[in-house]
Design a protein around this ligand. Structure first.
Ligand SMILES: [Zn+2]
Length: 361
């Protein structure tokens, strides 16, 4: 999430947001320096943007007493959400979130409803307005002729109150799609699978002349260029950053996404992005404790063993993650509050109150 000026306000810079001038500097390396130097501002900015998206775009607000208020948002009325915060290799935060809409059918009802072609058309229309992967002016040919605009996020979002907003919006969307929603396979996504290099994000993505859904709940947005990532037009315009958006139509996919999110919530062991930081103390300890040992074989065996132990025992946290914990901004977004129920005492109370239950199976 990169609305840099706002970010710089959090970092204590004296900036007039109403008189924004992207060319006035600081340049991108200065901006990276400010961010890397101030994980507090980076974390605060991230959580501010997430709250703003939830409250202003999705229309759901949870107050300190966990009371929920809802109004119509960009996807409809949001009933609930669950999301987990994760840090990328470079330490910046991002969010994975599942959103439930009010009045949405259950997985079972959805299965039945999707048989009807009328319902399929309604869902396809919903996809067409909310999940895009096509822009008339961003095609395989035009990508060659107009270059990617640099630092496109370093700006204020377009003000919907200005005259000619709709025209400006289309042009802005073109720039943003070109800059942040085109997927380019590289070291970060290509993984060896059965002897072939495959993209873990599954690019190239399937093409389709229109948004569609079938009776099995499989769906897709309109896409004519296979390296374009899904986006939501309002979120794209407001955050000016890369994001993805999916529709959950059936039990199978819900299961996959829930598994993915709970893996993050449970802090599963991630790939290490900065193993040297984790190993620094281990190596220092190894050197001091083995200074009198001249058996090279034994020395090296112990070093490997100590490093392996450290890597399986320790876990990396980026500075903005640490700040989030210290400030109690937390690593998850959950709309509802859960209370622990000790089931044994509930059943014994029920049996005491209704003795007949003791005999029933
Ligand atoms: Zn890829």
């Amino acid at each position: 999430m990169l609305i840099w000026r706002l970010y710089e306000v959090f970092a204590g810079q004296d900036i007039d947001l109403d008189a924004f001038d992207a060319t006035a500097g600081p340049d991108s390396s200065r901006r990276s320096f400010i961010i890397a130097n101030d994980p507090y501002a980076a974390a605060k900015f991230f959580h501010f943007v997430i709250r703003a998206i939830l409250e202003e775009l999705l229309g759901i607000q949870v107050d300190e007493r966990r009371h929920i208020t809802r109004q119509l948002g960009i996807f409809g009325t949001v009933e609930a959400y669950v999301g987990t915060v994760e840090a990328q290799g470079r330490g910046t935060l991002h969010l994975h979130m599942i959103v439930w809409l009010q009045g949405g059918p259950t997985a079972h009802e959805m299965k039945e409803k999707l048989i009807s072609s009328e319902f399929q058309a309604t869902v396809a229309a919903y996809i067409a307005s909310n999940i895009r992967a096509h822009h008339d002016d961003v095609t395989a040919e035009s990508l060659e002729s107009f270059p990617r605009e640099r630092c496109v996020s370093y700006s204020r979002p377009l003000d919907p109150r200005i005259e000619g907003f709709q025209d400006s919006r289309k042009e802005k969307e073109r720039q943003l799609v070109r800059a942040v929603q085109i997927h380019k396979c590289g070291r970060g996504c290509l993984k060896m699978k059965k002897g072939r290099m495959l993209c873990k994000r599954r690019a190239p993505f399937p093409l389709s002349p229109d948004a569609w859904v079938n009776s099995a709940g499989e769906w897709g947005p309109k896409r004519t260029y296979p390296f374009m990532n899904n986006w939501n037009p309002t979120i794209l315009l407001a955050t000016r950053s890369n994001h993805d958006c999916k529709l959950i139509t059936n039990g199978g996919e819900t299961k996959h996404i829930s598994w993915y999110i709970s893996c993050y919530a449970a802090k599963r062991q991630q790939h290490s992005s900065n193993a040297s930081a984790l190993l620094a103390k281990t190596i220092a300890y190894h050197k001091s404790s083995e200074s009198h040992n001249s058996d090279l074989n034994q020395l090296n065996r112990r070093l490997v063993q100590r490093c392996a132990n450290s890597l399986s025992r320790e876990q990396e946290f980026s500075a903005p993650e640490v700040v989030s914990y210290l400030m109690k901004w937390d690593d998850r977004y959950i709309s509802h509050h859960f209370e622990t129920i000790y089931w044994t005492s509930v059943t014994s109370l029920l049996k005491k109150t209704f003795p007949a239950l003791r005999h029933s199976r």
